[in-house]
Design a protein around this ligand. Structure first.
Ligand code: MSP
Length: 510
């Protein structure tokens, strides 16, 4: 089965921050899990480069919009390998292939009779690049998101007949209650539709920085339609000489933040229907990251978690793990350096890191690095029964935080098992050699299973650990807890998650 997953594409008028990183990591976890399941995955991310905010920011700096886009797109792109994001393509909406395809699709929408020319007048937020409807506007005609003053704008432009999709959208939401996930976001989208949909402006006459309207060259498309179409256009040219549309369209998940719900849950499916294209399986709406004090992160409040600083100090896996574990996927969360440090110490260094070093060290010391051929302990087998199915079922519902919790319970169980069975004592008694071998074989198998399953969250550390365990198969087909093991050769490795006081030294090592 094909599994196409996308993130929102980031505006290039700013530079990457933790919110962007969080979204890419969250989608990456889902993509990696599906690849481990053997699904045919395509994972897309990229940058949103047209529109007023970018043009304004460029002019403020005295440069051309394209120059600003080039500079900042490079920074967004550079963030991806640093976060271990496994995207299959990076789209930029200034790609000529994207622009051509946007024109083709929207010309079809035009030819299908879904657009007309009219006068638009309304309150406009230049930061959102969006007109606001009366009931969203804050007192004093301010933007509900940016709180800045809105401007009164009137212009002749092309309109998309969104209002005529009211029934079709209601039917879509009725027949597919999980079209928008989680439920809270779905209800919000439904409430927006229930208010009654107004037609939306599809083009801008004033702006030059955008994709020109093919049937009226004086206009460019409203940046949101250009941007949304990235999910579709990318498949046409992501692979040279190949069109991936048939293979991957429609997407399984569009992963987005809650501030852009209306565009993805309402405008986007309507636009696709207008272009005779199938709509995606799900729009998944993640929450917002706030500082540990519950306030929006800001440098002046000193509550910022800087992704680059965290990566440099603790590694990308620590950041990925912390965000996935701390912030329930689909809900808001408070994050900061204190929380990260606490989880790093208690969970990564003490629980998983310790379990790994102890297991590898005991196999080296007592078994000469060879995993003993032995039946695994039925008690542990029972504790691991159903784990794979449970993790997959949670991932099927995009509940990655809960999946991680299920895996983590087994990490804790394995540590408890070490304490219960005290292999170092068994090793003192030659008469208990069989028991020792069974305990170590069972531990090795448990550690192998959790490492395979946790790979999407901490890919680099999991890869190192699997290699040290002498086992290279990271597919979920290999993630069942076996009744009998033996034969692999382990090696010892430096701590996966060095203790904090050692972190600086470890980072200094090549
Ligand atoms: N360019 C549009 C999206 C177009 S998609 C066809 C946009 N860009 S953005 O750069 O402002 O935001 C990109 C993504 O980051 C959005 O999904 C947004 O919700 C997310 N986040 C921005 N700040 C965030 C947090 N503080 N926390 C979590 N995610 C947040 O919107």
């Amino acid at each position: 089965m094909s599994f196409y997953i996308t993130t929102a594409i980031d505006y290039v008028n700013g530079v990457p921050h933790l919110g962007h990183a969080y979204e890419k990591i969250s989608a990456d976890v889902l993509a990696r899990h599906q690849r481990q399941r053997g699904e045919d995955v395509f994972f897309l991310t990229g940058t949103d480069e047209h529109g007023e905010p970018v043009a304004d920011a460029a002019h403020a700096q005295g440069i051309e919009p394209q120059a600003l886009a080039d500079r900042n797109a490079a920074r967004f792109k550079a963030l991806l390998p640093a976060l271990e994001i496994s995207n299959d393509f990076f789209i930029r909406t200034t790609d000529p292939e994207h622009k051509r395809r946007v024109q083709e699709v929207l010309a079809r929408v035009h030819d299908n009779g879904h657009v007309y020319k009219g006068l638009y007048e309304g309150w406009y937020c230049p930061r959102c690049a969006d007109f606001k409807v009366e009931n969203e506007i804050l007192e004093g005609n301010r933007c509900p998101i940016h709180e800045i003053a809105l401007t009164r704008e009137a212009e002749e432009n092309w309109f998309f007949r969104l209002s005529t999709f009211q029934d079709a959208l209601e039917r879509l939401f009725d027949s597919r209650p999980d079209f928008v996930m989680p439920t809270r976001a779905c209800n919000e989208a439904r409430a927006f539709i229930a208010q009654g949909l107004q037609d939306v402006s599809l083009s801008r006459a004033k702006l030059r920085w955008g994709v020109s309207v093919p049937w009226d060259e004086g206009h460019v498309f409203y940046v949101w339609f250009d941007a949304l179409l990235n999910y579709y256009t990318a498949l046409h040219y992501a692979r040279a000489g190949e069109d991936l549309t048939e293979r991957y369209w429609p997407a399984q998940y569009h992963v987005i933040g809650k501030d852009i719900l209306k565009f993805h849950a309402v405008f986007w499916p309507a636009m696709l229907m207008a272009a005779d294209l199938p709509v995606p399986a799900h729009v998944f709406v993640h929450g917002f990251l706030m500082g540990e004090d519950g306030r929006k992160m800001s440098k002046s409040l000193g509550n910022v978690l800087d992704p680059f600083e965290v990566i440099e100090r603790y590694g990308a896996d620590a950041l990925r793990f912390y965000l996935a574990r701390e912030v329930v996927f689909g809900a808001d969360g408070n994050v900061g350096m204190n929380g990260l440090r606490a989880r790093y110490d208690a969970e990564l260094a003490n629980e998983l890191g310790n379990l790994a070093s102890r297991t590898l060290a005991m196999l080296s010391r007592y078994c000469d690095q060879a995993v003993p051929a032995a039946d695994t302990d039925p008690a542990l087998r029972e504790d691991f029964a159903g784990l794979l199915e449970g993790v997959c079922a949670l991932f099927d519902a995009a509940e990655s935080t809960r999946a991680l919790d299920l895996i983590w319970q087994r990490v804790r169980r394995l540590n408890q098992y070490v304490e219960e069975r005290r292999p170092w004592e068994l090793a003192k008694d030659e008469g208990r050699r069989g028991e020792l071998e069974q305990v170590l074989a069972s531990l090795w198998e448990g550690l192998r299973v959790v490492t395979v399953m946790i790979t999407p969250f901490i890919p680099q550390s999991a890869g190192r650990l699997l290699e040290a365990l002498g086992e290279s198969d990271a597919s979920l087909a290999a993630a069942g807890y076996a009744a009998r093991v033996g034969g692999a050769t382990v090696s010892t490795i430096p701590p996966l998650f060095p203790r904090l006081e050692d972190a600086a030294t470890a980072a200094a090592q090549p």
